[in-house]
Design a protein around this ligand. Structure first.
Ligand code: CA
Length: 700
């Protein structure tokens, strides 16, 4: 037995020990004295593929394929997969991180941007770094206090924090080397994405598109933290001075906007996806939705509103724009193009193409030429009613009449949560298939009457959410979709009872791994989609799995913790949310998978109320507009992630005005609504929540 493993076993009761193969043991990369990730430089990142046993960058390689060549765990052996170790993140909010594994160390993040360094063999914590994000920042996060992971480079670990900092840590100790504030912290900007490192620069964007922010992404010197350049994705005040390298792109964009959009933000936040092609030297960046969503209030004369909902190709050294492709011109539905970007070389119509692939929220799967941005093909990968297709000549969607909801509300598919959201897809070069966590979403869009921009950190969509206020009759469904990007056709699918399932991993072992919203971790055959293995984990899974190999043993890891945008709107199967965990599996792992068990809440006591039906109705509309995005549609509870208000204590109901109007719980992330609501409004909301509570109390 390896001495280090033996030592860890003395520390960890019940530790399961693998017999490492001696050949591999000799090759074992990590020497205890070597600083982890010390050798991860530009060449290493460029050749990430060659480090077969590791996972050194967010999407495993610059092409972000999330494909691993490892095959000890394969379609024949996966039946023997068992739990090797677990790590408790001690958090109770959503977990979305993709762990990085290098030199035997795993680096990952939990909610509130906390960083963990873990021995990848044993699950023993090596160090942790808590950026101490004030919990009041939770109110600035549209979609939970999540974080999608770190980047590593030359012995350092880089992380973006929810309150907008970018930090560099010593990979060996977790000591802070430098940190910079990348946003105006008085505004509702957040960072949830994993940074990427390209040519010595750390790239990071931010979120805030629901709150009236103007999107941008920046490059910082990895050594010093000094900002190298910043690219604004939408034009600002026309009087603003624009750096010369950015001017052509900004001038072009400004021609596609109308009115005084800069006063309401504009949107276009870069909150997740990036990829890089070292040969073409192009960095690809996915841009978010318009802010406010409703184009009639954002850019009243219409226009394409570049570079909203676009894929940008820029030079990593300067940020100079080389090409752009807009998936949704004049976005008015929250149709981001921030979804995972994958690069692959495909043979299409007999021609070798350097392709870029994305399945953005709008429901079309795009294959672009990544050298030029030319559209190769685009077809609907989920049910799409808002457009009839994509015009192959112009690259523009052919919109259905009335979808811009100018004169009347419209119900359409997909909705703001998209046919696919941030949960990453993967591409397997052996099967030629892309594995998409797809979902069938819908939404009713209506103009918000008398829209007024609220710059005090509230949602500014210009869309009246009060038309989506009744309890849903059924939860929207999802499926794992195996998509052929060459023929633009579905190859197979695995249906799920609910949407918001995890990202995917695919391997040379003919496998696809995915965690599910119904609390399972599953392996399918990559060619046919046959279910080959599953375990119950008890909590909804949204993160993406990774795989790595140490001392001849292949491991598969997944972070388990329900949360994110769908959860907050009330999406929940009633599974427990806590505790957040990282689970690591290997062949013949013998640990028992810890399964959290839901503790059913006792029915709440009736609170007497003499509120009129009219007042309750008014409260329902106000709740839908101001509260439902965090506390659930129809007060169904924030997916178990945030408090279910129907179960609040009588004391809370007595303090309703202080909490909702004055912000008595602002330090815990519940902002005051003084700027948008009156005391009468809050009484109506209280009457509505009490009535929803009493329905529950009576029913039980
Ligand atoms: Ca959005």
């Amino acid at each position: 037995m390896n001495r280090r493993v033996k030592f860890a076993c003395l520390l960890l009761a019940g530790c399961f020990v693998f017999q490492p193969n001696t050949e591999a043991q000799k090759k074992s990369a990590a020497s205890p004295r070597q600083k982890p990730a010390a050798k991860i430089d530009d060449a290493a990142l460029k050749n990430a593929e060659a480090r077969t046993g590791e996972w050194i960058t967010h999407g495993r390689n610059y092409a972000e394929t999330r494909f691993s060549p490892l095959k000890q765990i394969n379609d024949a052996s996966v039946k023997d997969l068992g739990l090797a170790w677990t790590f408790d993140t001690q958090t109770d909010r959503g977990l979305e991180a993709t762990p990085i594994i290098v030199d035997g160390v795993m680096f990952t993040t939990g909610s509130w941007s906390i960083v963990f360094a873990i021995d990848a063999r044993t699950g023993k914590q090596l160090w942790t770094w808590d950026p101490k994000v004030p919990h009041s920042a939770g109110a600035k996060a549209c979609c939970d206090v999540v974080n999608r992971g770190v980047a590593v480079y030359k012995g350092r670990v880089y992380v973006g924090t929810l309150d907008g900092r970018l930090a560099a840590l010593d990979a060996a100790t977790g000591a802070l080397v430098w940190q910079v504030v990348t946003v105006d912290q008085t505004k509702p900007y957040t960072i949830t994405a994993a940074p990427r490192v390209v040519k010595g620069k750390v790239l990071i964007g931010n979120g805030g598109g629901e709150y009236g922010m103007r999107g941008y992404f920046s490059a910082y010197d990895a050594a010093t933290g000094k900002m190298a350049w910043r690219f604004y994705t939408v034009p600002g005040d026309p009087n603003e001075v624009v750096p010369a390298t950015m001017k052509p792109a900004m001038d072009k964009a400004a021609q596609t906007w109308t009115g005084e959009w800069w006063k309401v933000g504009g949107g276009g936040t870069v909150w997740d996806s990036m990829a890089y092609d070292p040969e073409l030297d192009l960095l690809y960046v996915g841009v978010g939705n318009g802010s406010p969503w409703n184009q009639h209030v954002r850019s009243p004369g219409g226009g394409d509103n570049l570079y909203l909902s676009s894929i940008l190709a820029v030079r990593p050294e300067t940020g100079e724009l080389v090409w752009h492709y807009q998936t949704t011109p004049g976005d008015t539905w929250d149709f981001t193009a921030t979804q995972h970007i994958v690069l692959a070389d495909l043979t299409i119509n007999g021609r070798q193409r350097k392709a870029l692939m994305q399945a953005p929220k709008n429901g079309f799967f795009y294959v672009l030429d990544r050298a030029t941005g030319e559209l190769i093909s685009a077809e609907a990968y989920v049910t799409v009613t808002w457009a009839k297709g994509v015009d192959k000549k112009t690259g523009r969607p052919i919109e259905t009449v009335g979808v811009r909801y100018k004169d009347a509300p419209i119900g359409m598919q997909p909705g703001p949560l998209g046919g696919h959201n941030w949960q990453p897809m993967s591409f397997n070069p052996a099967t030629g298939l892309v594995y998409i966590p797809a979902q069938e979403t819908m939404f009713g869009y209506a103009q918000q009457k008398n829209f007024k921009f609220d710059k005090n950190g509230k949602w500014n969509t210009g869309v009246d959410f009060a038309i989506v206020k009744d309890p849903p009759t059924a939860l929207p469904t999802g499926h794992l979709l195996a998509w052929d990007p060459v023929t633009q056709k579905e190859r197979w699918r695995v249906p799920y009872i609910v949407m918001w399932n995890g990202g995917t991993l695919t391997t040379a072992g003919n496998l696809v791994f995915q965690g599910t919203a119904d609390g399972r971790f599953v392996a399918y055959s990559a060619d046919k989609g046959a279910k080959l293995w599953e375990v119950t984990v008890g909590t909804g899974v949204i993160a993406s799995p990774v795989t790595y190999e140490i001392d001849g043993t292949q491991y598969v890891s997944i972070m388990v913790g329900w949360g994110g945008a769908f959860a907050l709107t009330g999406g929940s199967l009633g599974l427990p949310v806590t505790p957040g965990r990282l689970l690591t599996f290997a062949l013949n792992g013998k640990q028992k998978v810890p399964v959290a068990v839901a503790k059913p809440l006792a029915p709440p006591a009736v609170i007497e109320s003499k509120a009129s039906a009219e007042l309750i109705g008014k409260g329902g509309d106000l709740f839908a507009r101001s509260c439902a995005v965090c506390h659930g549609i129809a007060a169904l509870g924030g997916g178990g992630v945030l408090p279910d208000l129907r179960y609040s204590s009588p004391a809370t109901f007595n303090s309703f005005q202080k909490i909702v109007l004055d912000g008595a719980l602002a330090s815990e992330g519940m902002p005051g609504f003084k700027q948008t609501l009156t005391a009468e409004d809050v009484d109506a909301i209280r009457a509505y929540v009490v009535s929803r509570r009493n329905e529950l109390a009576v029913k039980k």
